[in-house]
Design a protein around this ligand. Structure first.
Ligand code: SF4
Ligand code: SF4
Length: 237
């Protein structure tokens, strides 16, 4: 019902499935029937996705958003025809980009895996209402996206501090934390989507989760050393 429901993942999945172009139509800006103004969200999502496409070598002109009312059939037809013409000029996905299927899928998978992190990092910009079309082009910049990918964080559980309270594992949205009773918890870096929930969830009195940027994650401790020593036991010893 609402263009605001269109997620970056929907667009990327379409390209992953070999679609040559994605066209999104939303209601005219400032004419939302509800209080949500989801079309502004769709606009920001589109501007952000275009930059992400650029980052992985896909031509951003393969994605377009247009705003119109239900009474503007002519505008719909004109913009769809124009978009179709543009996509025909660009040719099949990957052609002008010089990418084969493997390169396209590899790039999209890299972005998909980081989507929660990317959305959290840019949540403020994704939430604004860009009323002036002059602001659209520069809302997200190429340099900003490069910086975003260059500073992707990793999360690490300090085995000396973890008290195996299991809070982080219960809150992790993708079950990326190896959780066993009375055992130091370990983050599976392959599964982790960098959402940062474990950092917020770990009780401050333990403070066992660390955010690492630009440095390697220490290797997980061996299974035989994972049994934890409770803080109080340590103090008695
Ligand atoms: S950052 Fe923490 S909570 Fe988020 S996916 Fe990674 S391990 Fe799970
Ligand atoms: S929330 Fe903190 S102390 Fe509790 S299991 Fe996770 S890392 Fe360990």
């Amino acid at each position: 019902m609402c263009s605001g429901r269109v997620d970056i993942a929907f667009v990327l999945k379409a390209f992953m499935n070999g679609i040559d172009g994605v066209y999104i139509a939303g209601c005219r800006l400032n004419e939302c029937n509800y209080i949500t103004h989801g079309n502004y969200h769709a606009l920001n999502m589109t501007l952000f996705t275009k930059r992400l496409m650029e980052h992985i070598g896909l031509n951003p002109e393969r994605l377009r958003i247009e705003f119109m009312s239900g009474a503007e059939a002519n505008r719909f037809v004109e913009t769809v025809n124009d978009f179709t013409k543009k996509i025909r000029e660009l040719g099949p996905l990957g052609k002008v980009e010089g990418l084969d299927k493997e390169g396209i899928v590899g790039g999209i998978e890299k972005v998909m895996k980081l989507l929660p992190y990317l959305k959290i990092a840019k949540r403020e910009k994704l939430g604004v209402r860009l009323k002036d079309p002059k602001d659209w082009e520069g809302h997200f910049t190429k340099e900003e996206i490069e910086e975003l990918f260059a500073t992707v964080p990793s999360y690490y559980i300090d085995p000396e501090k973890c008290q195996a309270c299991m809070t982080c594992a219960r809150r992790c949205p993708v079950e990326a934390i190896d959780s066993k009773k009375n055992m130091v918890h370990i983050i599976n870096q392959e599964k982790c989507i960098k959402c940062g929930t474990c950092l917020d969830a770990c009780p401050p009195r333990f403070g066992a989760v660390t955010k690492l940027v630009g440095q390697p994650v220490p290797p997980p401790i061996p299974e035989e050393r994972r049994a934890i020593t409770r803080k109080r036991e340590k103090e008695v010893a």
